[in-house]
Design a protein around this ligand. Structure first.
Ligand SMILES: [Zn+2]
Length: 142
């Protein structure tokens, strides 16, 4: 059931999340699912690692290295990331906006374009116009 909802990118899965244990179950399922994703090959990985920062409309964007090469797999990764934000919001009763203020090194990213920014005022990717996803270097609270 969890797997189907993850694959369908179905946000109704949020109703099944009442505790962090529920979340852990989803995370475990995602981890199994993502082990089948098409991962980026070594050459393309290195090419990505060598990319430089870019400036788009006055904002600095840093490269992120994509773990997956297939768009479908990236879509699920983005969904999972967004779902984690929503689960956090639901379980801890803290909005993403408030959490952004709380974390140091909070970035927003577009996994499809493989870029991230520290400019948290921006919500849409300047290249593909997709909604940006939170990118937390250190997920655990101190
Ligand atoms: Zn993009």
């Amino acid at each position: 059931m969890i797997r189907q909802k993850l694959e369908a990118k179905d946000y109704s899965i949020l109703h099944d999340i009442q505790t962090w244990e529920d979340w852990a179950e989803i995370e475990e399922c995602y981890s199994k699912l993502s082990s089948n994703f098409c991962t980026t090959d070594e050459q393309s990985y290195q090419r990505q690692e060598n990319r430089l920062n870019v400036n788009i409309n006055g904002t600095t964007w840093k490269p992120i290295t994509r773990e997956y090469s297939c768009d479908q797999d990236i879509d699920i990764e983005v969904f999972f990331n967004n779902l984690r934000d929503k689960a956090y919001e639901k379980l801890e009763n803290v909005s993403l906006e408030d959490r952004i203020k709380e974390f140091d090194g909070f970035n927003l990213s577009c996994f499809h374009c493989a870029i991230r920014t520290e400019n948290l005022a921006i919500r849409l990717c300047p290249i593909c116009n997709r909604r940006l996803t939170s990118f937390i270097v250190n997920w655990e609270k101190d």
